[in-house]
Design a protein around this ligand. Structure first.
Ligand code: PLP
Length: 386
């Protein structure tokens, strides 16, 4: 099976992980801070906090920004459920802003319309989470301008987007947001098996995320509520979690960072090759904005169903049966049973729903070779055009 996404692990990665196993620290050693500094330098952010997943990173980001019971958090319906669940963890209410049908990202115009209504009913969001879907940067400048006007905070869910740029700056540099979150799940751009990172330019947000990552416990006397009892002393000053990344994961992450630029280049060249070889087929290839560089996490085509005699289900099953591990990103979050039970309905976010009817993610990862890509294209041509 040619999967839709796959990690790239080489001998250096393996050696570096084994070295950690032979070292003194499996957790809370030198590798995690080193990985953090590599990522923060790469993305031009002042601070980086490594976590055991992007889901944990989104949670501590919401906590650090003070999201509480009764607050509102808005995100895109075209995302993985974690982008919304992080708000629920904090007791907040979730709402969505429909996508722009071209970029497939949260639509700034719809955001503005929704903000105007929310202002009138006193239900403005505390946090908005734009998601750089497939690696394509959101229109952050417009979203940031709205945040200035309406007073919300921004967390960029850049789970798909490390290595990309927006307006000539790395994604994560934080010109237009408070915190940016990356995922290192094996299908993402670089991997630590499980893992994530939150980056920010704010010292106080970094300190808070650091606390929430590790039980709300500090050994920093300047943060303590009363005098230290002695050198053994630590103090719990918040209710935190154990969301720490291990040394094994950080060593893998450091090694992977060395190949990040190659991964992005390879993903872009394969995506460009898809673009040209799929041109004549009854489908839409992904449209790239010219305001940045996409990390190209996903290659999603949209079937022109009115020009095709077969259903999406048939096409999907045909490709799977023939060894192509296609997938679908994403089932609109508001249509998940858990969210329907909260009161969301089919029809609430029509662009995301229409997109979902047509979308199929084709295999795209650095080790995919042209021969395998040709097989994908040949089968797609067969099922769509014959
Ligand atoms: C993968 C992903 C997450 C969650 O990442 P984990 O590291 O698996 O917790 C969150 N948001 C988006 C958009 C993702 O693709």
């Amino acid at each position: 099976m040619i999967p839709y996404g796959k990690q790239d692990i080489n001998q250096d990665d393996i050696r570096d992980v084994v070295d950690v196993l032979n070292s003194d620290f499996l957790t809370q050693g030198p590798k995690v801070p080193l990985f953090e500094s590599k990522v923060s330098k790469y993305v031009s952010a002042k601070y980086a906090i490594a976590l055991n997943s992007a889901t944990s990173a989104l949670h501590v980001a919401c906590l650090a920004l003070g999201l509480k019971d009764g607050d509102f958090l808005w995100t895109s319906p075209n995302t993985f459920v974690a982008s919304a669940n992080c708000g629920l963890y904090c007791g907040a209410k979730i709402d969505f802003v429909d996508i722009d049908p071209i970029s497939l990202n949260l639509c700034p115009r719809r955001l503005e319309e929704k903000l105007i209504k929310a202002e009138a009913s006193n239900t403005l969001p505390k946090i908005v989470i734009p998601v750089h879907f497939s690696g394509q940067p959101c229109d952050m400048k417009s979203i940031f301008e709205l945040s200035q006007k309406y007073g919300f905070k921004i967390i960029e869910d850049a789970s798909h987007a490390i290595g990309g740029t927006y307006l000539n700056n790395p994604i994560g540099s934080g010109q237009y947001s408070h915190i940016t979150v990356f995922s290192f799940h094996p299908v993402k751009i670089i991997t630590t098996a499980e893992g994530g990172m939150a980056v920010t330019n704010s010292k106080s947000l970094a300190l808070k995320m650091n606390l929430f990552r590790s039980h709300g416990v500090t050994r920093d006397e300047s943060l303590m509520k009363n005098n230290s009892h002695g050198p053994w002393y630590y103090q719990q000053i918040e209710l935190g979690y154990n969301y720490r990344m291990t040394e094994l994961q950080a060593a893998l992450g450091i090694s992977q960072m060395g190949r990040l630029d190659n991964f992005i280049e390879r993903r872009n060249s394969l995506a460009d090759r898809y673009d040209s070889l799929l041109e004549h087929m009854p489908l839409l290839t992904p449209i790239q904005n010219n305001d940045g560089l996409s990390a190209r996490h996903l290659y999603v085509v949209r079937l022109k169903l009115s020009e095709i005699t077969k259903s999406k289900r048939y096409i999907f099953q045909y490709l799977r049966k023939n060894g192509i591990g296609v997938n679908v990103h994403y089932i609109p979050v508001h249509t998940q049973p858990y969210y329907l039970e909260m009161g969301f309905k089919y029809g609430d976010f029509k662009e995301a729903e229409k997109y979902y009817e047509e979308a199929i993610s084709l295999p795209l990862y650095p080790n995919l070779n042209e021969h395998e890509q040709d097989k994908v294209i040949k089968l797609l041509n067969k099922v769509l055009c014959e």
